[in-house]
Design a protein around this ligand. Sequence first.
Ligand code: BTN
Length: 257
Amino acid sequence: MELWPAESIWEQVSPLLPGFTVEVLPEIDSTNTELMRRARAGQTEPTLLVAERQTAGRGRMGRPWQSAVGDSLTFSLALPFAPQDWSGLSLAVGLSLAESLHPGIGLKWPNDLWWQDRKLGGILIEAATAGQQSQVVIGIGINIRPRPAEGLSTPPAALTELWPQATAGDALLRLSAPLVRTLLDFERCGFAPLQARFEARDVLRGRDVHTSDGLQGQALGVGPSGALRLLTASGEREVHSSEVSVRPVNTHPHTQT
Ligand code: BTN
């Protein structure tokens, strides 16, 4: 197993989240699936679960999430969570990760980390209710070192292209405490205070895009609730659904999205 900075993460995060634990597993089906199972079984302690290998990693919209052992960071964070409004949560998470990891990382609505028009990482957010308590599970996959394209015409981006010495453990240590702070702030204040910072990294703004549910138009940025604003032939439309994926019109269709 690689050396993980579990102790340092625990020292930084436990003052923010009482009862917090960090767990590293050599293998699991999916860190999100495991934390959702635990939540449904009533285990609601805040937990950061890292897996060195996932045998059934999941992406958004029912897609699989492939990651190369040793070359990627795959983890999930579960915590009790009860915001007034959940909209924009995935954008807030992406923004926190980008700001922690590198000034050059862009954000592709709703929740992808991008570098030079290629996907660097993704986020899968799920919610569970255990008794009276609502719990969120935030799963994050980040490519750390380059890997072959594996059927994709363009290989995904890797963090070492921006931060040459990066390891999965370094990245996890850098992003964990800021991510928890972002979530606690989001729970109180929602997405609106983050809108301008998201726009500064928005890679779609000004580009022609189409959505998986058939809309096409120019991306105008995001609104205060995190909705994607699109200028279509029939006027301005807001795209809210998290079950929609968006692709810039001039990106090759076989690029990982
Ligand atoms: C996406 O871009 O579609 C989201 C990818 C999310 C992948 C991470 S890896 C850790 C966690 N466990 C999973 O099964 N998925 C998320």
